[in-house]
Ligand binder design. Structure first.
Ligand code: HEC
Ligand code: HEC
Ligand code: HEC
Ligand code: HEC
Ligand code: HEC
Length: 253
């Protein structure tokens, strides 16, 4: 009987101690910015773990942005977006060298997979089919074709392709191609123009508004997202909305 009383007393004491501890921890947590934890899920393929672990060291900024993205919370990895097939025209030939490194645990052939630097609307469409479909029909995606058709200055007024590239394609997009070594041609890449013609045939670049590697909707909604490309006289929200408006047969212009 005395023994049971003692046990109850001890349990009660323990409960009070835990309650007080967690109260204290709550108050503490309110004052400290939450440190984002990154956990590797067991279901991630080892090739994807390799991207994360190596790039965490190679590109800490990029890695930090990704960890804060909705993608990271949903377990969407580098490999999900940068995945390529050996036969893809835009596969990065240079990147294969990363799997022959002796200084990096993940730099071995065990983790070797083809990756592409270009992530096209077609790549995003694997998981975001509706957005990709809407975008493909938008004026933004087709801007390159439009400007060539309607702009006499682009056709005849400019002196060289270099002028066109720096003057126009920066915003409107380039036609991606490889150089003789099979790497993306430096004349047309990097580029995130809204109407970029990708090597998989898709048009544009979702990154023109959803900046990498956060891909945040909040950010895309802000007028600044239209910054580098949108002419100041156009209200950004209007450009964003008309830009996403479907065009085509039967849709009023
Ligand atoms: C062992 C280290 C290592 C691993 C593993 C690795 N990378 Fe890289 N990656 C690098 C380095 C270093 C660069 C920069 C190379 C340069 O600038 O020449 C790079 C460049 C890239 C690029 C840009 C390529 C280009 O041609 O511009 C992409 C995209 C990329 N990595 C994605 C990935 C993905 C996706 C994975 C996993 C499937 C991965 N990496 C695995 C080290 C690694
Ligand atoms: C939601 C898709 C997505 C995810 C996830 C993603 N990337 Fe990217 N990444 C992109 C896009 C889009 C670009 C810009 C390429 C373009 O314009 O087509 C890019 C560009 C890059 C580049 C070229 C350098 C730069 O910033 O321009 C590297 C290197 C890279 N990514 C590595 C990574 C690594 C490493 C991870 C994982 C930690 C990762 N990416 C996760 C979509 C993604
Ligand atoms: C393998 C699947 C996958 C791919 C590929 C992918 N995403 Fe996502 N994306 C997701 C999932 C899942 C979510 C939702 C996460 C959530 O709700 O927490 C998401 C969310 C988003 C969001 C909303 C973020 C927010 O702040 O609410 C944007 C924007 C986005 N993705 C853009 C892109 C773009 C652009 C690409 C291509 C460069 C891409 N995604 C490629 C799976 C993917
Ligand atoms: C700073 C980014 C930027 C640059 C550089 C740029 N443009 Fe534009 N361009 C835009 C935007 C944004 C619009 C849409 C503006 C609007 O609707 O008011 C546009 C619209 C156009 C249109 C009208 C398309 C239509 O369907 O009405 C043409 C044609 C055009 N640009 C040609 C060019 C040419 C040629 C160059 C190079 C001399 C060029 N642009 C350089 C951002 C740019
Ligand atoms: C012209 C700028 C622009 C481009 C280009 C763009 N988006 Fe968006 N996207 C936005 C804006 C703005 C929003 C937020 C809409 C809102 O207010 O709900 C958004 C929202 C999203 C969302 C979240 C939708 C939801 O219901 O929460 C996803 C996913 C997304 N975009 C994917 C893509 C993909 C994939 C591409 C390329 C095919 C793309 N976006 C191209 C501006 C853009």
């Amino acid at each position: 009987m005395r023994k049971t009383g003692f046990v109850v007393f001890v349990l009660f004491g323990l409960a009070c101690f835990i309650a007080a501890g967690s109260l204290g921890a709550d108050a503490w947590a309110q004052n400290i910015p939450k440190v984002k934890e990154f956990r590797i899920e067991r279901s991630m393929p080892k090739e994807a773990v390799a991207c994360i672990e190596c790039h965490k060291l190679e590109n800490p900024g990029l890695f930090a942005d990704w960890t804060q993205s909705r993608h990271a919370s949903a377990g969407i990895t580098c490999y999900d977006c940068h995945k390529a097939a050996d036969t893809d025209a835009d596969v990065s030939q240079n990147h294969f060298k990363q799997y022959q490194r002796s200084d990096q645990k993940f730099g071995t052939s065990e983790y070797k997979v083809p990756v592409a630097a270009v992530v096209t609307p077609k790549d995003c469409s694997r998981c975001h089919p509706d957005e990709a479909k809407q975008y493909a029909q938008s004026k933004h995606a087709n801007t390159l074709e439009i400007i060539w058709k309607i702009d006499p200055w682009l056709n005849k007024g400019m002196n060289s392709d270099f002028e066109r590239a720096t003057g126009c394609f920066h915003c409107h997009g380039t036609v991606l191609r490889n150089d003789k070594d099979g790497n993306l041609d430096a004349e047309v890449w990097p580029n995130v123009g809204v109407g970029r013609l990708n090597m998989d045939g898709s048009l544009g670049s979702c990154t023109s508004c959803h900046t990498r590697h956060m891909f945040s909707v909040m950010e895309a909604r802000k007028p600044e997202a239209c910054g580098p490309s949108t002419v100041t006289s156009t209200p950004p929200t209007e450009t964003a909305t008309t830009g996403m408006r479907p065009r085509g047969p039967g849709v009023p212009a």
